[in-house]
Design a protein around this ligand. Structure first.
Ligand code: FCB
Length: 445
């Protein structure tokens, strides 16, 4: 069966500044929270950091040429706060900002739509330290100033924006488990309070961007969905899965898409609930233009008969040990629109890690990542089903354009459709990159 996608479906690839740019000392960039975090003993694999990464900062032209070769319609990247505002706020570092001017111009000259994320986890270290991460309400205002500046200075050319990448991961990994910067382990009430501040930061940023950018910006946020799939497609199983999906996502998604906190969950967590001031929820729930969803797998498989079971028990896994559950994208988009809001959605990240290696085949460098080809093909069937059923899913971004620094996991986990040799920094288009390229050219497979 041929899978045909709607006209104008946005095919892209995603990256994040700290994971690819390197060049940490160049052009007035301030030390980032992750520079410091990675130096603490035992926090990242072998103490690896983004110090050099893919050196994208100096090789962006070559990387945009690769994007063009693949045929990408859009490129999702993030902006490094420590380059643009080394002190977090106040004086603009023009040399740092200029990198994004050049990148955006290069993308546009090559017919690729820039999609920018303001905060994909790196911020000036001094700022994070001063505020003790998102435990501080004031950080929301500082963030809004930064985002307003980006909209003002880049909004003439960058029309699609996400304020924050994955609030839930910033919170859980950074403020509860302590495995990401700032490495905090907050108690339950402080945790919910930090969560509220981060959502408020989004709300304030949204307003600042609308105020200082041009009127045609499309602004949203990116959520890593805790996905849940039904075991069968019986009405009972679907409704059991939907309920579980709600419980796992509502603390973040309900305020963003409906402007309310989930009543039932709120009662269950009392007294460990956040202090919410007048007007906060109006800001947080102000209309966004799209909702970005990052999905790698369904964590739970639910049925009326068996209840909720960890998917890991039943399914093969990728190098990250994440289970391969191709129906995750479909159910996530569907439950999201049924439970929260039927707004435009994009899969802003999806992909898999494999231990890829470059082979010399008759003098040609080849990466035979057929497991990723298979992964993409199966997952994209779910994307296709969502569009066929008329769900408002408008695009798909593969994670990632190229292999990169996988946070605490260091350089072991290769997610790219382009291979990066970390010694020579040479790039090689993988077989999955060629496959993706054909999907884009045919708008289907
Ligand atoms: C997501 C992050 C992204 C990358 C992928 C594998 O949670 O947004 O930066 O690390 O996971």
């Amino acid at each position: 069966m041929r899978h045909e996608f709607p006209e104008g479906f946005l095919w892209g690839a995603a990256t994040a500044a700290y994971q690819i740019e390197g060049a940490v000392d160049q052009d007035g960039r301030a030390p980032a929270n992750w520079d410091v975090f990675a130096r603490l003993p035992g926090r990242t694999r072998n103490g690896e950091s983004g110090m050099v990464a893919c050196d994208h900062y100096n090789r962006y032209r070559e990387d945009v040429a690769l994007m063009k070769q693949i045929g990408l319609k859009a490129y999702r990247f993030s902006i490094a706060w420590p380059r643009v505002l080394p002190e977090g706020s106040g004086t603009v570092n023009e040399r740092g900002l200029d990198f994004y001017n050049r990148l955006v111009d290069e993308l546009l000259e090559n017919g690729i739509k820039p999609v920018a994320t303001c905060f994909h986890w790196d911020m000036p270290y001094s700022l994070e330290k001063k505020h003790n991460g998102w435990t501080s309400r004031d950080l929301a205002d500082v963030f809004a100033e930064y985002c307003g500046l980006l909209a003002e200075r880049l909004g003439d050319r960058v029309k699609m924006w996400a304020t924050i990448n994955e609030p839930e991961v910033v919170l859980h990994a950074g403020h509860k488990a302590g495995v990401h910067a700032p490495g905090l382990k907050l108690g339950p009430q402080e945790y919910r309070q930090a969560s509220h501040h981060l959502l408020l930061a989004h709300g304030k940023a949204l307003q600042a961007m609308r105020d200082s950018g041009p009127s045609d910006l499309r602004i949203g946020i990116v959520h890593n969905s805790a996905s849940v799939s039904p075991l069968t497609e019986s009405e009972e199983d679907i409704s059991a899965a939907r309920q579980e999906f709600y419980r796992r996502n509502a603390w973040i998604v309900e305020p963003l898409l409906k402007g309310t906190y989930p009543q039932e969950l709120w009662k269950e967590e009392e007294p460990d609930v956040p202090e919410v001031r007048d007007g906060d929820l109006e800001l947080i729930g102000a209309p966004i233009d799209f909702f970005g969803i990052n999905v790698y797998f369904s964590g739970l498989c639910v049925s009326k008969r068996y209840g909720a079971r960890e998917y890991e028990e039943w399914f093969p896994r990728t190098q990250m040990t994440w289970p391969i559950t191709p129906d995750a994208l479909y159910w996530t988009v569907r439950f999201n629109s049924e439970l929260f809001r039927d707004c435009d959605m994009y899969i802003t990240e999806n992909g898999c890690a494999c231990p890829d290696q470059v082979k010399d085949i008759n003098g040609e460098a080849v990466v035979e990542d057929y497991a990723r080809v298979q992964f993409l093909r199966e997952y994209l069937k779910g994307v296709h089903r969502a569009t066929e059923e008329g769900l408002p899913l408008r695009g798909y971004f593969v994670w990632s354009l190229m292999d990169n620094f996988e946070w605490a996991g260091g350089y072991k986990y290769r997610f790219g459709i382009v291979h990066v040799n970390y010694e020579t920094l040479e790039r090689t288009l993988k077989e999955s990159g060629k496959y993706y390229s054909r999907i884009i050219a045919n708008n289907g497979f």
